[in-house]
Design a binder for this molecule. Structure first.
Ligand code: IDP
Ligand code: MG
Length: 153
């Protein structure tokens, strides 16, 4: 089953949106495999956002993501990467559809409350950056056969 990396950004923590944002992944049926709160330092921010180095918004992005604690999570499910991207909505919250996290909870691209991996390859890279293998919990969840019918493995 596919895994994806999700990070609730400093604005989500400071604005008290952690529970409401997490609930959206949970109620969709995705399975939580790992979660931790941490303060991202400049080195980790640079590694995580290396694809954006040199872009005009890069410095602001690094400053923002290191401005307070974040919640890092690993979620699993069928097509989890794409499913989470749809639940998050467009990068620019002004464009994001209502009903998506960014559409409902944000107003500005720089402070768009949530990060989700953009491909299975990015997910692998980002999960490894934030979590050790032992921190990703493997367990059976009783709702899986109700979510996937017979395809529950
Ligand atoms: P994504 O988070 O939807 O994958 P990316 O293009 O990967 O979007 O950009 C990473 C993050 O950088 C965005 O979530 C947003 O916080 C920030 N960002 C992207 N473009 C801009 C911009 O034009 N101005 C300010 N911040 C931006
Ligand atoms: Mg991205």
């Amino acid at each position: 089953m596919e895994k994806t990396f999700v990070m609730l950004k400093p604005d989500a923590v400071q604005r008290g949106l952690v529970g409401r944002i997490t609930a959206r992944m949970e109620q969709k049926g995705l399975k939580l495999l790992a979660v931790k709160m941490l303060q991202v330092d400049r080195e980790l921010a640079a590694e995580h956002y290396s694809e954006h180095k040199g872009k005009p918004f890069y410095e602001e992005l690094v400053r923002f993501i290191t401005s307070g604690p974040v919640i890092a999570m690993v979620w699993e499910g069928k097509n989890a990467v794409a499913v989470v991207r749809r639940i998050m909505g467009s990068t620019d919250p002004q464009e994001a559809a209502l009903g998506t996290i960014r559409g409902d909870y944000a107003l500005f691209t720089g402070n768009n409350v949530v990060h989700g991996s953009d491909s299975p390859a990015s997910a692998q890279r980002e999960i490894a950056l934030f979590f050790s293998a032992e921190e990703i919990v493997s367990y059976k969840k009783t709702d899986q056969r109700w979510l996937y019918g017979q395809q529950d493995e």
